[in-house]
Structure formats: C-alpha cells, structure tokens
Design a binder for this molecule. Structure first.
Ligand code: NDP
Length: 280
C-alpha cells in the first residue's frame, strides 16, 4: 500500500483564501501585532512569514521588535498598550523568549480575547472544558488536515505522541471534542511502538527526527507529522520516518509541506475570529 499524501500546502492556500474573503466582507481590516524579542534567526523567519501572510489576507499586520536584553517590564508595557488599543484584534508574542523573561507571566498578560496563539490559561481552560475559544494554531491545523482526508474521527483510536502545551495537549482535547478515543504518549510511556501499532490515527509531535518507524504503523492508518527537524546534513525531516511509514499508512503528511503551512493559515483565521467576536 502507498499512502495518500496529505497536501498541507494546498489546504493552507485554500484556508488563506477563505480568510481573505472573510476579511474583505468585514468592511474593516483586523489588526494583528506580533512582538519579537531578540534576534533568534528561526523566530525572525517565522515572524516575517506571519507578517507577509497576514498582509496578503488583508489583515493589518505590524511587528514590534525588542532587543534581546529588553526588560520584562518593557514587554509587559507593550502588551498593556496593545490590550487597550481598539484597532488591535490579535497579539502574538513569538516564543521562545529570552531566559530572563517569565513566559507564563507574559502569556497571562495578553487579553484572552486577543490571544490568537490560544496559550492564555482562560483559552486553555475553555478548550479543556470542551468550549474552545481561541485554539492554538498548530493543533487547529492538524484537525483541519484530518477533516480534509475524510478520516472518521468519531470512535477512532487516536494516538498523540507528545504532551507539550503547544501541540500535544491541545490536540488531545480537540480530538476528544471530535469524539475520537485518545491515548497520549510521551517520553515516559512504556512501549511507544506498541501504542503506535494500535492507532488508527497517529499524530507525532516529539521533536525526535524520524522516530516513528514503518513497522510501528497499523496498515491504513492516518499519520500526521507535526515535527520539523533540521539534520546535520541540512535535510529537513519530521518526527516520522516518511519513506518507511508511507508504505503502510493510508494517508500521511510530508515534511515540509504538511502541518507547517497550516499553522500560519490558522493564525490568520484566529485573528479574524478574534476581531469578529471582540467587535460584535
Ligand atoms: P516539546 O519539546 O515541547 O515536546 C515534545 C514532547 O514529545 C514532550 O511531551 C516529550 O515528552 C515527548 N517526547 C520527546 N521524546 C520522546 C520520545 N523519545 N518518545 C516519546 N515521546 C517523546 O516539543 P513541541 O511540542 O513544541 O514540538 C514537537 C515537534 O513539533 C517539534 O519537532 C517541533 O519543531 C514541531 N512543531 C512544529 C510546528 C509546526 O508549525 N509544524 C509548530 C510547533 C512545533 P515529555 O513530556 O515526557 O518530555
């Protein structure tokens, strides 16, 4: 069997077009402000991509750049100003932050209604209670890819590999809300391979390059690879061994071109949602 390749790029293009159409119908331009602290090159690339994608969708995007040694109070001051600005609908602080800044305090300072990353405890709690408000972008993108494949979620045995607050945990809540039967595995799970073999839907988010091997995949399973890892030889790979797993999976996402493009598209969607809800 060779798997159906889930084209995240194409799904993301469609979603971005839908967002652009919604923005055009609003009669105003939702505002998104991204704050970047420091000069981490990967973060700078992400922020530029977010800014460009937002502008293309008609969103009024701006980036605030603070030096790596900016005091936490300065960052909190910027957030307070943006919270109070009626033209700003979404605020995103690019993570990771420099070590001298308390990430939790920063995330909690963002107005939950403008928290387009979905990391504020109020949004996390709402999701855990099955009343999602603003949902983290990568898990939201994964759910859209699953729905795009047409795989039946109700009752399905779904395995989430990884329990980070950015990917694994919110994804488990979203799958539960979609009536899947969830297992969350992590670095202390006894037999990861055996857990994987039981899964009809497998989502890998461990940050371990090509960790999921072909013989871990139940024939016909749907495999979503959230991982993005740069190998010493320069290759970009996921947390799933793509060549092996696509021989057994029913459907699989490539890396790059799978989940990655969906994350930014979902950020744009969250910005529009935040604007509509807050201005209603
Ligand atoms: P974290 O490092 O925060 O979390 C990794 C999780 O994987 C932890 O829960 C950890 O378990 C678990 N884990 C680590 N090693 C193993 C192992 N050997 N066996 C089983 N579980 C293991 O990573 P993130 O969730 O932030 O990111 C995961 C991956 O997704 C990364 O490759 C990252 O680059 C990518 N990513 C991609 C995005 C996109 O837009 N496509 C966005 C965000 C992330 P424990 O809790 O026990 O330590």
């Amino acid at each position: 069997m060779t798997a159906q390749i889930i084209d995240g790029k194409a799904v993301a293009v469609e979603l971005r077009a839908t967002v652009a159409a919604r923005v055009a119908a609003l009669g105003y331009s939702p505002g998104l402000t991204v704050i970047l602290v420091g000069d981490d090159p990967a973060s700078a690339v992400y922020v530029r991509s977010k800014d460009r994608a937002a502008r293309e969708a008609g969103i009024n995007a701006q980036t605030i750049r603070l030096p790596a040694d900016a005091p936490e109070a300065r960052l909190l001051g910027e957030i307070a100003r943006l919270n109070a600005d009626p033209d700003v609908d979404g605020i995103l602080v690019q993570l990771p932050l420099p070590r001298h800044i308390d990430t939790d305090r920063v995330v909690e300072a963002i107005d939950p209604q403008k928290d387009v990353d979905g990391f504020h405890p109020l949004n996390v709690g709402a999701l855990a209670n099955g009343r999602p408000a603003l949902v983290p972008c990568t898990p939201s993108g994964v759910m859209k890819l699953l729905r795009h494949t047409g795989v039946k979620l109700t009752g399905a045995r779904a395995l989430v590999l990884g329990r980070s607050s950015i990917v694994g945990r919110p994804l488990a809540h979203l799958l539960l809300a979609a009536d899947a039967t969830i297992t969350v595995a992590h670095s202390r799970t006894n037999d990861i391979a055996a857990e994987c073999r039981r899964a009809e839907i497998l989502i890998a988010a461990t940050g371990r390059p090509e960790m999921v091997r072909g013989d871990w995949i139940s024939p016909g399973a749907t495999v979503i690879d959230v991982g993005i890892n740069r190998l010493p030889d320069g290759r970009l790979v996921g947390d799933v061994h793509y060549e092996e797993c696509r021989q057994r999976a029913g459907a699989i996402t490539p890396v790059p071109g799978g989940v990655g493009p969906m994350t930014i598209a979902c950020l744009l969607e969250n910005t529009v949602e935040a604007a509509i809800r807050r201005r209603r």
